[in-house]
Design a protein around this ligand. Structure first.
Ligand code: ZN
Length: 220
């Protein structure tokens, strides 16, 4: 695993534009073959947000890209993937600043970077990465939908950078149930943001059953 990660790192150093989902190089964020397998995301709704959108449906090359970005140390994929997200801004209400959905401190320390912060590098917006802080969530297992949402809402609060009066673009990698984006939106509005627009790289396919959605929730 270490050798493989090292190999990917060396490959990227020699051939910078690499596909986010396969070993192909020359085109980013996805090579031609992976790009053909991309599926546009279903509409997204986040309570409290003025608008919300995701670029692709989670799965296939998008799932591979998110895995690489989050779990394989390929933080440099954030910029080209974020640049792909930037193309969606024209269809969304205007925004002044980008705020990435934060990781809890222990997770940030263990991963070394916040993937949502890396996605912000591809956006043509000033970034306020310390506008929100996230406390480690309490155990979510066994809680009902309402209790889970209350739990998440308590975990998100305003941080060292102000968003007062700003129209904020909240940036996340994957939207699953929307509960995290909803909690972050509420915290931004409570901190004085004029409006919040949510943009994610991907969303999981729409599910009827909330328990199935909870089962899909991955560690952030
Ligand atoms: Zn590819």
């Amino acid at each position: 695993m270490i050798l493989r990660t090292l190999g990917v790192g060396l490959l990227e150093a020699v051939f910078p534009p690499a596909c986010a989902a396969c070993p192909d190089v020359g085109r980013e964020p996805f090579c031609r073959i992976c790009a053909e397998a991309l599926v546009p995301a279903d509409p997204v709704e986040v309570e409290g947000a003025e608008a919300a959108a995701a670029i692709w449906t989670y799965g296939g090359p998008v799932a591979d890209a998110v895995r690489a970005l989050k779990y394989e140390g390929r933080w440099a994929l954030g910029r080209p993937l974020g640049a792909a997200m930037a193309e969606a801004l024209v269809a969304l209400p205007p925004v002044d600043v980008a705020v990435p959905v934060p990781l809890s401190r222990p997770r940030l320390v263990s991963r070394g970077y916040n993937q949502a912060r890396e996605l912000c590098r591809g956006l043509p917006l000033p970034v306020r990465a310390r506008a929100l802080v996230r406390r480690p969530a309490h155990e979510q297992v066994g809680l009902g939908r309402t209790a889970r949402r209350a739990n998440l809402a308590r975990a998100m609060e305003s941080g060292a950078q102000s968003v007062a009066g700003a129209r904020v673009l909240l940036v996340d990698d994957v939207i699953t149930t929307g509960a995290t984006a909803e909690a972050a939106t509420a915290a931004l509005l409570a901190a004085g943001a004029k409006a919040v627009v949510v943009l994610a790289l991907a969303r999981t396919p729409l599910l009827q059953d909330d328990e199935s959605a909870a089962g899909l929730a991955r560690p952030t």
